[in-house]
Design a protein around this ligand. Structure first.
Ligand code: NAP
Length: 272
């Protein structure tokens, strides 16, 4: 059984359907069970799961155990983007961002590891982001969480290999989903913020993932193929910009890169 977090929309829902269509047994999860009623109607197993709630994680594991379900794969997909200049982000919002994208991901992973290790096999797929490779202005918090996901994945890959468990890091580019709307709703710029003149550029960054975005269904088909391959890759980059942006991060000299991104997000306006 493949357990996926965050199936209410976007990548999670599309991946659940793509894997189900290929005959894989899928347990689709979401915080609000009613958001995945459509998946239940199509024959997928569904469970409530909030990655930030240890009781919710434990209850989901208990349900799987009680039904005699053996997990073979976990997809850590749940996440969102907190946007805005770092100078303005509240401690509470920052904590919530790291809680969901990093700590929640690890908490669910820790619950699943013993179940995979018991059978000396399995695959853990962590949905990172191209944003964890190339940091941009106004997405510093989100980029930091995804860089952390990549680091956790690297350590897990080495630590779990002797137990027969593989780890795949996925770094999507721009994928059509609810991500842009959710990210846009996180922006809080007060009128007296130093960054108030850049409200438009901040809004542009918050919705950047939805520009020329790869359809979630197309993304999901490619990811499903990679997951079901005999030897799943340890790193997968899919979607608009997923190869070009890491190239920019790696090869463009830092002053040039900073200059381009600063211009793209109108930072020079702050000098006036
Ligand atoms: P999405 O449509 O907004 O889906 C995000 C999912 O995460 C939703 O199902 C949401 O559930 C769920 N979620 C949020 N907090 C949760 C929690 N505490 N517990 C359980 N589920 C939670 O966006 P998406 O693009 O499909 O995002 C999926 C993943 O891909 C995220 O990790 C995101 O960072 C990553 N990603 C997306 C893009 C892109 O361009 N779209 C690019 C790179 C990486 P609710 O409906 O309950 O909020």
């Amino acid at each position: 059984m493949i357990l996926i977090s965050g199936c209410s929309s976007g990548i999670g829902k599309a991946l659940a359907l793509a894997l189900h269509a290929r005959g894989a047994a899928v347990c689709a999860t979401a915080r609000r069970l009613n958001t995945i009623d459509d998946l239940a109607q199509q024959g997928l197993m569904t469970l409530a799961l909030d990655v930030n709630d240890s009781a919710s994680i434990a209850a989901a594991m208990d349900t799987l155990d009680a039904r005699g379900v053996h997990l073979s794969m976990l997809v850590n997909n749940a996440g969102y983007g907190l946007m805005g200049p770092l100078a303005d982000i509240s401690a509470a919002n920052l904590q919530q961002q790291f809680q969901t994208n990093v700590l929640g991901l690890l908490a669910l992973t820790q619950a699943v590891i013993p179940r995979l290790a018991a059978r000396r096999s399995g695959l853990i797929v962590n949905i990172g982001s191209v944003s964890g490779v190339l940091t941009t202005p106004f997405a510093g918090a989100y980029c930091a969480t995804k860089a952390a996901v990549h680091a956790l994945s690297d350590a897990l890959r080495m630590e779990l290999a002797p137990l027969g468990i593989r780890v795949m890091t996925v770094q999507p580019g721009a994928i059509a989903s609810a991500f842009g709307d959710t990210a846009s709703n996180t922006v809080q710029i007060s009128d007296n913020s130093l960054f108030a003149p850049l409200a438009e550029a901040i809004a542009k960054r918050a919705n950047a993932s939805q520009q020329r975005a790869t359809p979630a269904r197309v993304f999901a088909e490619q990811l499903a193929s990679a997951m079901l391959a005999t030897k799943p890759p340890s790193l997968l980059r899919i979607g608009t910009g997923s190869r070009a942006l890491p190239w920019v991060a790696r090869w463009l000299p830092r002053p040039l890169r900073d200059g381009l991104l600063s211009k793209l997000f109108s930072l020079s306006k702050l000098k006036q």
